[in-house]
Ligand binder design. Structure first.
Ligand SMILES: *Cc1c(COP(=O)(O)O)cnc(C)c1O
Length: 343
């Protein structure tokens, strides 16, 4: 356990002793030849849990999302998504760079698209424009504060987009957090969409890796795109072994980190000069400190000096709870925040 309490992201978790053991003992082969049994088992199990025909192990969520975008679109087409989506803000411009697509970003308060948001931007190819190629739903939504899609919204957007001939991809980096908060199964949440990318390396606790899932045909195409991106990983069973444990045991740990986030949210609601940006649904909180007359950056620095790591983003501070912080760390964070605000 590190000496600091690290709330910067749920990606900071370290592999557990059980994961380290599984990595050391993993049976491996060359996954580019399809011969790594540990990777093959992980992909089969991920497909089963997600209720899709097939799945593909990828090194990162970015590679999974951008592989899906490439597989579903043609250059010149438009992608409809929330305007603070990870796929456009934090994936190095890859929709343009790799797939040659344009973005139709939808401004929302909570990161959750509705069918009218999508319908207003859907365009069919004509002699004047290429039209829409894909709708992307981010569940949970990172920059909106870990907000989750209601099942009915996913179903309506997918059904009506499909009726218009448009595919739907879910950036489910934190899909299991959404399922935990909303009380639906991950397979029900992704049944309506064509593809989903889930990070195993966030709240679920794997050191590395994400899975992309969809039809067998989509995954066969995605396998070639992954290779083009340099994602053919050879004896990847050593990381797939840890990822498998994360996939099996990680979901059961999320309720604890969601409760920790609620504990922090309650403390922030009570404190003077700080303001939660939105309700907390899962493991992500954003709050402002401007009413205390201090900058987010100076509060983040003050917390750091007290052994509590967070990220300042403009006038907001982002905090994530995860497997490697516990309630005592949360109590320490609250005490440190009170000290910073007083100082
Ligand atoms: C973390 C994240 C990803 C993928 O990020 P990688 O660092 O490439 O694994 C994708 N979408 C969202 C919403 C994320 O939070």
């Amino acid at each position: 356990m590190p000496a600091t309490a690290d709330f910067r992201s749920d990606t900071v978790t370290r592999p557990t002793p059980e994961m380290r053991r599984a990595m050391a003992e993993a049976e491996v082969g060359d996954d580019v030849f399809g011969e790594d049994p540990t990777v093959n088992q992980l992909e089969a199990r991920a497909a089963e849990i997600l209720g899709k025909e097939a799945a593909l192990f990828v090194p990162s969520g970015t590679m999974g999302n951008q592989t899906a975008i490439k597989a579903h679109t043609q250059p010149g087409q438009e992608i409809i998504c929330d305007d603070r989506s990870h796929v456009i803000l934090y994936e190095m411009g890859m929709p343009a760079l790799f797939s040659g697509c344009l973005i139709r970003g939808v401004p929302t308060t909570d990161g959750i698209l509705s069918w009218p948001d999508v319908a207003a931007r859907l365009r069919h190819a004509t002699d004047h424009f290429q039209g829409s190629g894909l709708v992307v739903l981010e569940n949970t939504h990172n920059m909106a504060g870990g907000t989750a899609y209601p099942l009915s919204s996913i179903e309506e957007i997918a059904e009506k987009s499909h009726a218009a001939g448009i595919k739907v991809h879910m950036d489910g980096a934190r899909l299991f957090n959404a399922a935990e908060a909303m009380g639906y199964s991950v397979s029900d949440a992704v049944a309506p969409v064509d593809s989903v990318c889930v990070c195993l390396s966030k709240g679920l606790g794997a050191p590395v890796g994400s899975v992309l899932a969809g039809t067998a045909e989509f995954i066969a195409g995605s396998r070639r795109i992954r290779k083009a991106l340099g994602g053919g990983m050879r004896q990847a069973g050593v990381i797939a072994a840890a990822a498998r444990i994360a996939l099996e045991d990680g979901p059961g740990q999320l309720s604890k980190s969601h409760a920790d986030a609620q504990y922090l949210a309650a403390a922030i609601r009570e404190a003077d000069g700080v303001e939660l940006v939105s309700d907390v649904q899962t493991n992500i909180l954003f709050f402002r400190v401007s009413a205390a007359g201090v900058s987010a950056a100076s509060v983040a620095e003050g917390l750091k000096q007290r052994g509590v790591l967070v990220i300042a983003m403009g006038d907001r501070i982002r905090v994530l709870t995860h497997r490697d912080v516990d309630r005592a760390d949360c109590e320490r964070a609250v005490a440190a925040l009170r000290e910073c605000l007083k100082a």
